[in-house]
Ligand binder design. Structure first.
Ligand SMILES: NC(=O)c1ccc[n+]([C@@H]2O[C@H](COP(=O)([O-])OP(=O)(O)OC[C@H]3O[C@@H](n4cnc5c(N)ncnc54)[C@H](OP(=O)(O)O)[C@@H]3O)[C@@H](O)[C@H]2O)c1
Length: 367
């Protein structure tokens, strides 16, 4: 068996001290799983948040996003073979984490890429511009973001797949320059044919337009809500808040003034009870997406155990298997901020996210 190393929680919640690298066992493949030999990792806010807000004991496994090469295929798995180039997501925790040299992966959370399109030369440390996926660094940045958008669009917002009707409708994506927003803009356009309104700092406007956003508004301008209301002219059908504070969810809601029957979603479990609502609008729907529900096992949310929701899982799988594949090689990643190779870069990656030092980019490092 090859040796295996992983980034695990130290027990310290201090900046720069969440993770340490330890030796762990090479994973045993189950019949319905893959083993992936990791090549690159991408950091997500959920990584440091789990350590700081949820984990109490040291030893939990870090990491949600990893790309690499399929090393073993469980006997019930179809559609993958040893040697495939893939990326996958998972929930870091006591059972597994993505930041390891060899990881267990679930096929329905895994994306297969075209090997021919890959350049295997490692990207240098520093900034690398947004592009379609053509290396393991780009691949690492995709799975959690696309999975989140899949649960949101196919289940929580239940977006119609009628592209002709959608061509007259807007989706408002609050926070278009978040890693999630960058994928949401593209999926809204490519897969669903919606028109996209989004918000970001002005320096990211041209980039988001190049991804397909029809209009981008600066969320730092006091007139942002009025400007969106005027532009949308009552045609917003869907609204996703990727930043998901009470303030941004209220801004998202207020920006849909004049629209009717809007489906709302946010990524941090904010409820409609937390909003000031217009009591005359009775046909809106409100949901909250948690991508981990796509895994299909019981998930802890705070102190609550949430059992699998079969409708959510089948909506998500429809997105993952039927809607997403034709676009996998076309979708552009965020810009990549490449750190030094080695699992030891985990702490630097977590700190960059924890201190809000990323903008329109994903923090990535090689194994
Ligand atoms: N529920 C789930 O399943 C799920 C899944 C993924 C992520 N999340 C959560 O979703 C949030 C976003 O995660 P992420 O990785 O996509 O984000 P990220 O890439 O870390 O977000 C950084 C971006 O946030 C934007 N931003 C900050 N404040 C904003 C505001 N008031 N209005 C609009 N944009 C603002 C900034 O845009 P500018 O640079 O343009 O200023 C910045 O580029 C995190 O809280 C994360 O934990 C939840």
């Amino acid at each position: 068996m090859p040796s295996n190393k992983a980034a695990v929680f130290t027990g310290s919640k201090d900046l720069g001290k969440l993770a340490k690298v330890v030796e762990i066992e090479y994973p045993t493949v189950k019949d319905d799983q893959l083993i992936i030999k990791a090549v690159a990792f991408a950091a997500n806010p959920t990584d440091w948040k789990h350590a700081v807000f949820q984990w109490n004991e040291p030893g939990a496994f870090f990491g949600t996003d990893v790309s690499g090469i399929v090393d073993q295929v469980g006997k019930n798995v179809t559609g993958f073979k040893v040697g495939d180039y893939v990326s996958t997501f998972m929930r870091g925790g006591t059972e597994r984490g993505a930041f390891a040299e060899y990881v267990k992966a679930d096929p329905h959370l895994t994306i297969k890429f075209d090997k021919e399109s890959f350049d295997l030369t490692p990207l240098p440390v520093g900034s690398s511009p947004s592009s379609s996926v053509k290396n393991f660094e780009g691949a690492a940045s995709t799975a959690l973001g696309l999975g989140t958008v899949g649960v949101s669009f196919a289940h929580t917002l239940a977006i119609s797949e009628n592209k002709e009707e959608n061509s007259q409708r807007y989706i408002l994506i609050w926070g278009g320059a978040t890693a999630t927003g960058i994928y949401a803009i593209q999926i809204a356009k490519l897969v669903y044919g919606l028109k996209v309104i989004t918000t970001a700092s002005s320096k990211n406007h041209e980039f988001l337009k190049s991804l397909g956003a029809d209009a981008v508004f600066d969320y730092k301008q006091p007139s942002v809500i009025d400007d969106i209301v005027k532009f949308a002219n009552g045609k917003i059908a869907y609204a996703l808040d990727t930043v998901a504070s009470k303030e941004t969810y209220q801004q998202t809601y207020d920006s849909t003034k004049g629209s009717d029957k809007v489906a709302f979603d946010n990524l941090l479990a904010i409820k409609s009870e937390d909003l000031k609502l217009n009591s005359e609008r009775k046909s809106d729907t409100f949901g909250a997406t948690l991508v981990y529900f796509a895994i299909g096992t019981t998930q802890s949310v705070g102190n609550t155990k949430v059992e699998p929701n079969q409708k959510l899982i089948s909506d998500y799988k429809h997105f993952w298997y039927d809607l997403l594949p034709p676009y996998v090689q076309k979708i552009k990643t965020p810009s990549l901020r490449i750190l030094a190779s080695g699992l030891e870069s985990s702490n630097e990656a977590f700190d960059l996210l924890r201190e809000s030092k990323v903008s329109g980019e994903k923090v990535v490092f090689r194994v």
